[in-house]
Write a protein that binds this ligand. Structure first.
Ligand SMILES: [Zn+2]
Length: 360
């Protein structure tokens, strides 16, 4: 499953004469980091957002960090300027609320004014509720739900996640801007290229606190304290949250199989990106989650922009678990040793390319 990796630019995020380092997990240092790396572009975008917006289609494999990048954009530009719409979440939420008669009436009223399609509103709702196994939820219906969500938001920049989801939906996305009457604001495709090995490791090592549900990752985002299970010979994380009393974090069902459980979806996501990359007349931003190690000497990125890997060790004398950090090296889809970038560094690349795409 090779991705069209060569077309994705390696964007230099290293700035000459910037001597200091930044802790990208610290919100305050993150703000300083963005200022130091793309302060000029941020100022231009802020000016642009005063009177304009855009709609961006986020394309990337499942677990490629789409939600995280949007959150960071909202952190930089303000939640009053940036909105994230996950089509999957929206459909699930609608499925839930449409079962209350009052909510259903409101949604039906909106659909009657805005929905056009091959099956009736009642049939589409049956399909949504799973009452009609034969009818698939039509794209026209999903788009009307998205339009309703956009209508409810104040005029904001929209990062749309989960549409287009299938190859035949790409066509719809070309005209979606007109469909939702998004003034004449630009629309942009943002494609994220992430090595399969990164998604696999992220999934396998993902854990969650059974008490407070805080998500962590055993190898890339541990807690302060870890433990060792003598029976299984495995290390585990203890929740940092004081009220959880060091609860042992656990894997989610299905995650331990890694990408195998979602391989079909990942292949479709890959085809989607390829199809979108062949489109003309619409700006495209190509983001890399990983850069080849060979491109680092001389420096396109700084060391603190690279995702670290954490190694656990059981101290024989004290029986305590210590955690050591080292750069995480992964194989990209073409087999090259690569560094996986931390989300803020990918966002620096996004901001640079956005300023260009919008011709600011
Ligand atoms: Zn907890």
């Amino acid at each position: 499953m090779k991705g069209p990796l060569n077309e994705f630019p390696i964007v230099k995020t290293k700035v000459p004469n910037l001597d200091r380092t930044f802790d990208l997990n610290d919100p305050k240092e993150r703000t300083e980091y963005f200022e130091a790396k793309v302060g000029l572009e941020i100022a231009k975008l802020r000016e642009f957002f005063k009177n304009n917006t855009f709609i961006a289609y986020l394309l990337g494999k499942k677990n490629s960090g789409k939600g995280t990048y949007t959150k960071l954009m909202a952190e930089i530009f303000g939640a009053d300027k940036i909105a994230h719409i996950s089509v999957g979440d929206l459909v699930r939420e609608t499925h839930k609320i449409i079962q209350e008669p009052a909510e259903r009436a409101k949604i039906v009223e909106y659909l009657e004014e805005n929905y056009r399609g091959y099956i009736s509103i009642d049939e589409a709702i049956d399909a949504l509720l799973g009452k009609n196994q034969k009818a698939l939820l039509p794209t026209e219906f999903i788009l009307t739900l998205v339009k309703r969500e956009i209508d409810r938001l104040e005029k904001k920049v929209i990062f749309l996640d989960g549409f287009p989801r299938d190859l035949d939906q790409v066509q719809y996305s070309l005209y979606f801007r007109n469909l939702i009457d998004y003034r004449s604001d630009p629309d942009i495709f943002i494609a994220i290229n992430i090595p399969l090995s990164v998604i696999d490791e992220r999934m396998r090592n993902r854990v969650v606190c059974p008490v407070c549900q805080t998500p962590r990752n055993l190898t890339t985002m541990p807690t302060k304290e870890a433990g060792y299970d003598e029976k299984t010979g495995q290390f585990f994380l203890k929740c940092d949250n004081p009220s959880c009393n060091g609860a042992r974090m656990v894997s989610k069902e299905g995650d331990t199989a890694g990408v195998e459980s979602i391989r079909e979806r990942l292949e479709l996501d890959d085809q989607l990106i390829k199809k979108v990359m062949s489109l003309h007349g619409i700006p495209k931003i190509l983001l890399r989650n990983a850069v080849p190690v060979a491109s680092i000497p001389g420096g396109v990125v700084d060391a603190y922009e690279v995702t670290p890997k954490y190694i656990f060790n059981l101290e024989k004398n004290t029986n305590k678990v210590t955690i050591k950090e080292e750069p995480w090296i992964v194989k990209d889809d073409e087999g090259q040793d690569s560094y996986s970038l931390l989300a803020p560094s990918v966002v620096v690349s996004l901001i640079k390319q956005l300023a260009q795409a919008l011709q600011l």
